[in-house]
Design a protein around this ligand. Structure first.
Ligand SMILES: CC(C)(COP(=O)(O)OP(=O)(O)OC[C@H]1O[C@@H](n2cnc3c(N)ncnc32)[C@H](O)[C@@H]1OP(=O)(O)O)[C@@H](O)C(=O)NCCC(=O)NCCS
Length: 170
């Protein structure tokens, strides 16, 4: 999927992407992005999870969509087990800080939705950190907020956030 000279496309083999993907995740985290870590999380922890994430892609347990040579990424995690096999969870949507707010996050998310349809899923779920602009971003992308877990995220010792849950029927 392309728009404004940018392309978001599935990555089937992530070999050779480890360093660039870890750099992206570290930069997004340091800029305050809500992708699993507090802004001051140790870099080694982020790099380790980045490597494990690509390993899951290699094993076929996660589907990856990347933007323009890894200026952004997003993942689909299929439901594990027969009762949830019809759905997937959208994880780790991120765009490089210097390229945010230009429609690229929307492009990546739309490409993830397309890929989910291609893979045969009927439903997508995701969660977003409260106290950020993210719930509004997902509402604007056409997702439905179906509830929230109060105080479910501990971003820091004195920084506790709600987790907002969103759903999209395909
Ligand atoms: C979330 C993210 C992927 C969105 O990508 P993006 O390219 O910045 O978003 P788009 O340009 O497609 O859409 C932005 C629009 O969403 C809405 N929005 C509101 N608050 C926002 C926020 N904090 N971040 C992004 N969009 C926000 C606005 O309408 C905004 O339009 P505007 O810039 O004209 O005000 C990107 O900001 C990012 O990587 N953030 C850090 C990682 C992160 O927190 N990921 C969320 C995982 S749940």
């Amino acid at each position: 999927m392309s728009a404004g000279g940018s392309t978001a496309a599935p990555v089937t083999d992530p070999t050779g992407l480890a360093e660039r993907f870890a750099d992206l995740w570290v930069a997004v985290t340091r800029a305050g992005g809500a992708v699993g870590f507090a802004p001051d999380a140790p870099e080694t922890d982020i790099r380790e999870l980045a490597a494990r994430t690509l390993d899951e892609v290699r094993r076929g347990r996660l589907h990856m969509i990347a933007l323009d040579g890894l200026a952004g990424a997003v993942f689909l995690q299929p439901g594990a087990g027969p009762v949830v096999a019809h759905r997937a969870t959208v994880l780790r949507l991120m765009v490089a800080p210097q390229r945010q707010r230009r429609g690229l996050g929307g492009l990546l998310l739309a490409a993830a939705v397309d890929r989910a349809r291609e893979l045969g899923f009927d439903q997508l779920l995701l969660s977003a950190r409260g106290g950020t602009g993210l719930p509004e971003f997902y509402r604007l992308q056409g997702w439905t907020e179906v509830g929230r877990f109060p105080r479910a995220l501990r971003v820091g010792p004195d920084d506790v956030r709600d987790e907002h849950w969103f759903q999209l029927d395909l």
